[in-house]
Design a protein around this ligand. Structure first.
Ligand SMILES: Nc1ncnc2c1ncn2[C@@H]1O[C@H](COP(=O)(O)OP(=O)(O)O)[C@@H](O)[C@H]1O
Ligand SMILES: CC(=O)OP(=O)(O)O
Ligand SMILES: [Mg+2]
Length: 380
C-alpha cells in the first residue's frame, strides 16, 4: 500500500546511493524547491567483487511508491565513479549504461547500488529519462601535483591513473555554505570534511578544490566505516603473498572488513564507538581523529594558512561532541572552540567569534549540488 501523498506538479527525482543508505528527494521542476522529504531508505552492504551481470529484481516498493505518487519528469542519480570517461552529467542510454557497468570495481560499495537502481528504473513501466551525475565532477581540475601518483608514466598513461576525488556534491555544498556566511572574503582558504560512512576532506582555495583525500578510488585517505583509507602499499603486497589473496579477497578486506568497524572488532555506528569505554573502541576512535588532524595539518601547510573548516555528513551532523573532539587540541592552528556546545539546529558555528579559523557544522545538501550540476547542461 502506498505511503506517500499524491503530488501533482512535475518533479525531478534525485537519488543518492551512499555506502550505507539510499537518500532520495523530489524537487519541483520549475522552482527546484524540495517537493518532498529526503527520506533515507536502508539497504544492505553491497557485496564486493560480485559480477555486474546479475539478475535485477523489480523496483523496490519505496521507489515504485515515489514514481506512482509523483509526476516524475526525470531521475537524477549520483554515480560515485565515472572512470576517465564520465565527469559531466550523462543521459543514460544502452551504450553508456553498459560502460558504466564495467566501472563497478572502481567503487564497489557505490557503483553497484547505482547501477542496480538505474537498471530497476529502466525496467519500470514509467519510462522516465535517467541522468547520471558524477561525484568527481567538482574535482575535475585538481592541480596536477595533487592528481598524480608515484607510478611509471607508462602505467599512468595506459590506465589514465589519477586522483579523481569523491563526495564532490557534498564538498561543493559546504563551500557554498562558507561563501554565504563569509560573502565579503574574495580570497579564502578552507578545509571541508564529509564524515559519514565514507569520509573525505578537501583543501579549498577561493572556492576551488586544490587537494582531496579520496583518490583513484573512494578508499584513499581517512579511516572510514568499513574502508581502510591510507595503507602502506608494501604491507598490502606482503599480505597478498602471506594469505594468498585474490584481487577479490583484497578488495573485500580493504572495502568491507577494515575501517573503524574492523579495527574496533565490529562497532558499526560511530556514535557507539565514540560512547564506548573499551580500549579497542577508543583506539579506533582516536585513530580516526588522528588521521583527521594529520590531514588538517597537511592542508594547512599547502594552503598557507586557514580561514575556515566546514564539517558535514552523518557523523558531524548528528554529533556535535564528535565535531568538538576532532577539532580539540588545535589552538596552535588558530582553532578556538566555543564551550560548551550542545547539539542544535544546523548550521552551527563551533568556534569562538575571535577564533582565527572559523569552524562550522552544516547539513551538506548533495541533492542541491546535483541539481545545479544538471541545470548547467539540461533543462526540463
Ligand atoms: N548520532 C551519531 N553520532 C555519530 N555518528 C553517527 C550518528 N548517527 C549516524 N552516524 C554515522 O553516520 C554514518 C552515516 O552517514 P551518511 O553520511 O548518511 O553515510 P552514507 O552517505 O555513506 O550512507 C553512519 O555510518 C554512522 O556511523
Ligand atoms: C564516496 C562515498 O564514500 O560516499 P558515501 O559517504 O555516500 O558512502
Ligand atoms: Mg553519503
Amino acid at each position: 500500500m502506498s505511503s506517500l501523498p499524491r503530488y501533482d506538479k512535475p518533479v525531478l527525482l534525485v537519488l543518492n546511493p551512499g555506502s550505507s543508505s539510499i537518500k532520495w528527494s523530489t524537487h519541483n521542476v520549475s522552482a527546484l524547491e524540495y517537493a518532498g522529504a529526503t527520506v533515507p531508505v536502508a539497504i544492505g552492504q553491497a557485496g564486493v567483487g560480485q559480477s555486474a551481470a546479475q539478475t535485477y529484481p523489480g523496483a523496490p516498493p519505496w521507489l515504485t511508491d515515489v514514481l506512482t505518487n509523483h509526476d516524475v519528469r526525470a531521475v537524477i542519480i549520483r554515480v560515485v565513479h565515472g572512470g576517465s570517461e564520465y565527469l559531466k552529467p550523462l543521459p543514460i542510454n544502452d551504450d553508456n549504461f553498459r560502460q558504466l557497468q564495467t566501472l563497478i570495481p572502481l567503487a564497489p560499495l557505490h557503483n553497484k547500488a547505482a547501477i542496480e537502481l538505474i537498471e530497476q528504473l529502466r525496467n519500470t513501466r514509467f519510462s522516465i529519462p535517467v541522468f547520471a551525475v558524477f561525484d568527481s565532477e567538482f574535482f575535475s581540475d585538481l592541480p596536477v601535483l595533487s592528481q598524480i601518483y608515484g607510478l611509471s608514466v607508462a602505467l599512468t598513461e595506459k590506465y589514465r591513473l589519477r586522483r579523481y576525488g569523491f563526495h564532490g556534491f557534498a564538498h561543493e555544498s559546504m563551500v557554498k555554505h562558507w561563501e554565504a556566511v563569509k560573502p565579503k572574503a574574495e580570497h579564502y582558504t578552507l578545509v571541508t570534511a564529509q564524515l559519514g560512512s565514507g569520509c573525505s576532506m578537501a583543501a579549498i582555495r577561493d572556492g576551488k578544490p586544490v587537494d582531496t583525500t579520496m583518490g583513484f578510488t573512494p578508499n584513499e585517505g581517512l579511516l572510514m566505516r568499513t574502508r581502510s583509507g591510507d595503507i602502506d602499499p608494501g604491507l598490502l603486497t606482503w599480505l597478498q603473498w602471506q594469505e594468498g589473496w585474490t584481487p577479490e579477497d583484497t578488495d573485500r578486506v580493504l572495502n568491507c572488513e577494515s575501517g573503524w568497524r574492523g579495527l574496533s572488532g565490529g562497532i558499526d555506528n560511530m556514535a557507539d564507538l565514540f560512547a564506548s569505554e573499551q580500549f579497542q573502541h577508543q583506539l579506533a576512535f582516536d585513530f580516526f581523529r588522528y588521521r583527521f588532524q594529520k590531514t588538517l595539518g597537511a592542508y594547512f601547510a599547502i594552503l598557507g594558512g586557514l580561514d575556515g573548516i566546514v564539517l558535514s555528513g552523518g557523523i558531524a551532523e548528528n554529533n556535535v561532541d564528535i565535531c568538538c573532539r576532532l577539532l580539540s587540541g588545535l589552538s596552535h592552528l588558530g582553532i578556538a572552540l566555543k564551550e560548551p556546545l550542545v547539539q542544535s539546529a544546523l548550521p552551527l558555528i563551533l568556534s569562538q567569534p575571535a577564533s582565527p579559523v572559523q569552524c562550522w557544522v552544516v547539513a551538506a545538501d548533495e541533492a542541491d549540488s546535483m541539481l545545479r550540476s544538471i541545470q548547467h547542461h539540461f533543462s526540463f
